[in-house]
Write a protein that binds this ligand. Structure first.
Ligand code: C2E
Ligand code: CA
Ligand code: CA
Length: 702
């Protein structure tokens, strides 16, 4: 019996065998490379890679087979069946594709090996279909045991190969081993199968080969081989390009902010370090410029987060376009930006800040709305203002913070005094937060009464804070700090809740007037808070009045009016505080439905001596009369003042003469309200017995 080795040596043209082996090696290498890409990809991409692997692998094994068949020297004449030849190629490619799909099923680790075995079966099917296409004039015998062995060999080797390449991640060694196994499977298949194939010629005189068919076959082989080379090369090129692109993208993502595309904090730190090295080398200067938007929160609150994002993108684009040589800008997060500006003269930093301020002050259009965001800008200079980068950045931030709370519309350069004052405010903010959490705040009440009859109308609620070390801190110091630090919302809510609780237990049931800061008033959830507190404490709405200043109203009139109407719809009163001290426009009084005007105490202060003050008081009183809004005069300290105000027909008054602000427990001694009983506030929920909120006035949400 003939061995496989005999078969190779005796029956083949060895040069063509070598070519077949090379095709086999190259085809396997390309196929497994494509397959390893498929393993790492997912979805449609994986399918694409699997398809390419099937084309290259099917083509490779088919080419190997037919080159080897050309190398085969049969003892009888041969012809080729074109249809079956093509069919064998189709079998190889589709069989391989189906096998690769199976090998990628993630359900179990068996599937790569199973799919790999199917690869071997597809190759065998291709081989034997190819043998059917190979027509020999003679008696063909098949040795069944070799046929079985050929199929088994290729199935086992390809199973091992595919299982290896399907490991994640497939290393170079795995790849090499997988290629070796696949080549071994294909070579094993071919020569074992050829050993199974025996031809006994029918005649001793060989007729001519079917030369035309063989030439066509050779041509087909060249075409398929080119397809394999092309697939391998194209996939390699695309893949390396895509990888390079995605690496570039990753690098960009790591160093840039995804929303605005500006460099991020990491890039900023890198730039800072670079600038520091350059500055040290060349004895140069640079500034760190911190920029914080002033009214970004309002855009977010009123127009929604989408609009906020859009605003940031527009501003970032403008900034990026305006940058010049030696300038770098990054988004540090939220509405915070920071820039590095290298300069020779400070005026260059001023010019840079002006350019940036121009960008933020230019209105931005979002949908049909226009908004002007504005920004606070602070700078610190290397090496003048800091010993290291952390300190430099921190000082630029302090300068920005100062610019913000001092309402500066130009850049603020860091100086140690600014640093100290900002640090003090920050400490104050911390202490205030602590006081709020630890119940160190207290409310005082100051009486408001009718000037004609002396009858008590109500009490203004005034917040008191006694710091354990610093002693009493006036509200004029800590309210602005609370406004800057976002503390005003919880602070205001605390005041409102506590005051309503106190007043709900009063006998007689006097009205209370609670101060509402401009920042608190701009928060659209204020009406909901008021409603909630009234329901919780049971204070009837007509016993509550909110005091607003004009600053709270003028920035966005439509929005203010909306909030104010919601509050009034609850049955709560609204008075205009400090009238005459600020903008004092008649327009405000005409367009907002105030229940009371509180005349600022500066006018009352001068009323006895200063004719101008008296004239203003008279004018405001006349105005109140014509608009049917009662006027309360604040800060009455003397008998003369009260006499004049009475004579001028002022309705109400408040001041040290009438009563100093005092804790709720002291009011009874001054002829004010007493707390009835020691019952808990909850029991006084709705002491009047009537529904505190009529259906008409009940609001759901702001
Ligand atoms: P305001 O609303 O004008 O409050 C009246 C201020 O005048 C109070 O000062 C009060 O003590 C003072 N005052 C009353 N009568 C006289 C008088 O006859 N002569 C003089 N010279 N002053 C008098 P206070 O309590 O220091 O409050 C200052 C400001 O702090 C208040 O001005 C108000 O704007 C704000 N504030 C106080 N409590 C709160 C609060 O709970 N929330 C908010 N948002 N602001 C508050
Ligand atoms: Ca007030
Ligand atoms: Ca006032």
């Amino acid at each position: 019996m003939m061995t496989v080795v005999d078969c190779i040596v005796n029956d083949h043209n060895l040069v063509l065998v070598l070519v077949a082996a090379l095709v086999c090696l190259f085809g396997s290498a390309v196929t497994l490379r494509l397959l390893s890409r498929a393993v790492r990809a997912s979805g449609g991409q994986r399918l694409g890679w699997q398809f390419l692997a099937a084309v290259a692998g099917g083509g490779g094994v088919w080419t190997t087979h037919f080159v080897a068949m050309l190398a085969y020297r049969p003892p009888a004449p041969v012809s080729i069946d074109p249809a079956l030849t093509i069919l064998s190629l189709v079998i190889a490619m589709t069989g391989l594709f189906a096998s690769l799909l199976v090998s990628a099923i993630p359900a179990s680790r068996v599937f790569p090996a199973l799919g790999g075995a199917m690869v071997g079966l597809s190759f065998s099917a291709m081989h034997y279909a190819g043998m059917l296409a190979y027509r020999v004039v003679g008696i063909v015998e098949w040795q069944f045991n070799y046929v079985v062995a050929s199929i088994a060999i290729t199935a086992v080797f390809s199973a091992a190969s595919v299982a290896l390449i399907s490991r994640r991640p497939p290393g170079l060694q795995h790849y090499r081993a997988a290629v070796t196994l696949l080549v071994a499977g294909i070579v094993g298949l071919h020569f074992t199968a050829m050993a199974a194939f025996r031809v006994t010629p029918m005649t001793q005189n060989f007729p001519e080969f079917d030369a035309q068919a063989i030439a066509a076959l050779a041509l087909a082989i060249v075409v398929v081989a080119l397809i394999i080379v092309g697939t391998g090369l194209a996939s390699y090129l695309i893949d390396t390009h895509v990888q390079a692109n995605s690496q570039e993208q990753l690098r960009h993502m790591a160093s840039h902010d995804t929303l605005t595309g500006l460099p991020n904090r990491a890039s900023f730190n890198e730039c800072l370090t670079g600038s520091l090295l350059d500055a040290r080398d060349g004895n140069k200067k640079f500034a760190v410029v911190c920029i914080d938007l002033n009214r970004f929160k309002e855009i977010n609150d009123t127009l929604g987060h989408g609009a906020g994002d859009e605003a940031l993108r527009i501003l970032a684009r403008r900034m990026a376009q305006s940058l010049e040589e030696g300038e770098f800008i990054a988004r540090l997060g939220g509405d915070e930006f920071a820039a590095v500006k290298r300069f020779a003269d400070r005026s260059e930093v001023h010019a840079f800040a002006d350019r940036m301020a121009g960008i933020f002050n230019r209105p931005i259009r979002i949908d049909s709305m226009e908004a002007e965001v504005g920004a606070s800008i602070g700078a610190a200079v290397w090496p003048d203002d800091a010993k290291d980068l952390d300190e430099l950045l921190n000082n630029a931030d302090l300068a920005m913070y100062h610019a913000k709370h001092a309402f500066l519309d130009t850049i603020c350069f860091y100086d140690p005094e600014i640093g100290a004052s900002v640090r003090k405010r920050r400490r104050l903010a911390e202490a205030l937060r602590h006081a709020l959490d630890h119940d160190q705040l207290e409310l005082h009440y100051q009486v408001q009464m009718s000037l004609a009859s002396g009858e008590i109308h109500g009490y203004e609620v005034l917040l008191r804070w006694t710091h354990p070390q610093l002693g009493p801190i006036p509200p004029s110091d800590f309210i602005p700090v609370a406004e800057e630090n976002g503390l005003i919302a919880p602070l205001g809510a605390w005041v409102l809740r506590r005051a309503c609780q106190d007043a709900a237990a009063w006998e007689p049931p006097y009205r209370i007037a609670v101060n509402v800061s401009a920042v608190q008033f701009m928060d659209a959830s204020l009406p909901r808070l008021v409603h909630q507190v009234l329901v919780e404490t049971g204070l009837p709405p007509h016993r509550l009045e909110l005091e607003l200043t004009e600053t709270a109203l003028i920035r966005d009139k439509a929005r203010s009016l909306h909030i104010m109407r919601q509050i009034k719809a609850l049955g709560v009163g609204v008075s205009l505080d400090d009238f005459g001290s600020g903008y004092s426009s008649l327009e405000t009084l005409r367009s907002f439905p105030f229940d009371k005007i509180k005349l600022d105490r500066t006018f009352v202060d001068g009323i006895e001596h200063d004719r101008q003050s008296k004239a203003i008081v008279r004018a405001v009183l006349a105005l109140g009369k014509s608009l049917h809004i009662p006027v309360l005069a604040e800060g009455i300290e003397s008998d003369d003042q009260i006499a004049i105000l009475r004579a001028e027909g002022c309705d109400e008054g408040q001041g040290f003469l009438l009563g100093r602000p005092s804790p709720a427990d002291d009011l009874a001694r001054q002829g004010g309200p007493t707390r009835f009983g020691a019952r808990s506030v909850q029991q006084y929920e709705n002491p009047t017995g009537v529904d505190t909120l009529s259906d008409k006035a009940r609001i759901t949400s702001a």
